[in-house]
Design a binder for this molecule. Structure first.
Ligand SMILES: C[S@@+](CC[C@H](N)C(=O)[O-])C[C@H]1O[C@@H](n2cnc3c(N)ncnc32)[C@H](O)[C@@H]1O
Length: 251
């Protein structure tokens, strides 16, 4: 973990929480159900961001812990899930001893690890033998309305759209677990809609992290590409998808 990992996500933490924090709630609910999280379950969320999953497991009576390289994300998570044990850290080196949790999750975060196989081994280290590890990520670009806008932005900049990473494509999470020696329990695709009430919110969300000039330059491209997703009330509804997989460590 470097200072950069903290800076990059701390710079956008407040806007992330505001604009994107809860958009993957349907995937979170599906993983919580698939992993059987209930009263007393010890759950660690790796790359916990602004703490939405931790608030959900807390409401179920589970004991939540979270880690993130971004100190600002952790501060927001602390406010959202005050009972959670939150520690500065990253997937590659988790600040907990072995076998401390019943369930370990990573939502939209494992792809930022230097080496996802090594990070998975670290997630598995802190789970009890026979415990569960769940990973969830954006599905492949063609399943996401957001891709239409990102492709338009790449075209306008003369770039190729970013290729799908290994964790996004069909079978990617299953392969990750098989390579790591974990036994797959369940995997599925979940719809994760993202909504913006107006043009400004759409532009701020899609261009998260851009400075004011960058946003002004790209605004027209974003609005034109998003036209098919416009709702009757002047907002936008983008249909997107996450994949998740839940697997068991050796007992
Ligand atoms: C896209 S956000 C997702 C946040 C949260 N998991 C969610 O689903 O809303 C990515 C998060 O991963 C964190 N992150 C970046 N590099 C990481 C790493 N190597 N290990 C763990 N988390 C990391 C970021 O700080 C950020 O909070």
């Amino acid at each position: 973990m470097t200072d950069d990992d903290d800076e990059v996500w701390s710079a956008v933490a407040a806007e992330w929480a505001e604009l994107w924090g809860d958009f993957a709630d349907s995937a979170r609910r599906a993983v919580i159900a698939a992993a059987g999280v209930s009263t007393g379950s010890r759950v660690l969320d790796v790359g916990c961001g602004s703490g939405e999953l931790l608030a959900m497991v807390d409401a179920l009576g589970a004991v939540g812990s979270g880690t993130d390289p971004s100190r600002r994300m952790l501060a927001i998570a602390r406010a959202r899930a005050p009972r959670a044990d939150l520690r500065h850290g990253c997937a590659e080196s988790l600040p907990w001893p072995a076998h401390a949790f019943d369930v370990v999750t990573a939502f939209n975060s494992l792809q930022f690890a230097e080496d996802t196989d090594e990070a998975l081994a670290e997630l598995a280290r802190v789970v009890v033998p026979g415990g569960l590890v769940a990973v969830s990520n954006w599905a492949e670009r063609e399943l996401n309305d957001l891709d239409t806008i990102e492709t338009a932005l790449a075209d306008a900049a003369g770039d190729e759209p970013r290729p799908d990473g290994d964790l996004r494509v069909a079978g990617g999470l299953e392969r990750l677990f098989a390579d790591g020696g974990l036994e797959l329990e369940r995997s599925a695709l979940v719809t994760v809609p993202w909504e913006a009430p107006d043009d400004d919110t759409l532009v701020r969300g899609v261009l998260l992290g851009e400075d004011r000039d960058g946003m002004e330059r790209a605004r027209a491209t974003v609005l034109a590409a998003a036209a098919p997703f416009r709702t009757g009330d002047g907002g936008y509804h983008l249909s997107n998808a996450f994949r998740y997989a839940v697997a068991r460590t050796a007992g």
